[in-house]
Design a protein around this ligand. Structure first.
Ligand code: FES
Length: 147
């Protein structure tokens, strides 16, 4: 019988070999790129936004198995969500899907690179569309306190 750890391991391997939502959206409404400074791996996320909802989301780039699996899971979580819901996605929402809550500190950046990129894309989009400067300050605080 497989343990939970085995199942999560299989999921990570499977997602890394067959990533979900991998690709580009040419006519995206917002895109963002970032890299893991420890290894140089990098992820781009493109989003289409319609009526304050993520109508489509794709990622591309290169990363280790954990990075690719988390990017797949994260884009699955975010697709179809309202911008407020995306704003509230936390690190445990991603980590718990793959049993990674107790990941070593050195691997946590692998797991959360795509979340950092997603949040930055969202802040970029909202920053351009928000009229209230107070909200923008709140966004900057949220961005600064992501990890
Ligand atoms: Fe590069 Fe994990 S080793 S993202």
């Amino acid at each position: 019988m497989s343990s939970n750890a085995d199942i999560y391991h299989e999921m990570i391997v499977d997602y890394s070999r067959n990533p979900v939502n991998y690709g580009e959206i040419k006519d995206h409404d917002v895109t963002f790129h970032d890299a893991n400074p420890l290894c140089g791996d990098s992820i781009d996320i493109d989003m289409k936004i319609d009526e304050n909802r993520v109508s489509d989301i794709k990622f591309h780039g290169k990363g280790c198995a954990i990075c690719m699996a988390c990017s797949s899971i994260l884009t699955e979580i975010a697709k179809g969500k309202s911008l407020d819901e995306v704003r509230n996605i936390g690190k445990n929402d991603v980590l718990s899907e793959l049993g990674l809550e107790h990941l070593q500190a050195v691997r946590i950046k692998c797991a959360l690179l795509s979340l950092k990129v997603l949040k930055s894309a969202l802040y970029t989009y909202l920053g351009k569309h928000l009229k209230d400067a107070k909200d923008l300050d709140k966004l900057k605080d949220e961005a600064a306190n992501l990890y």
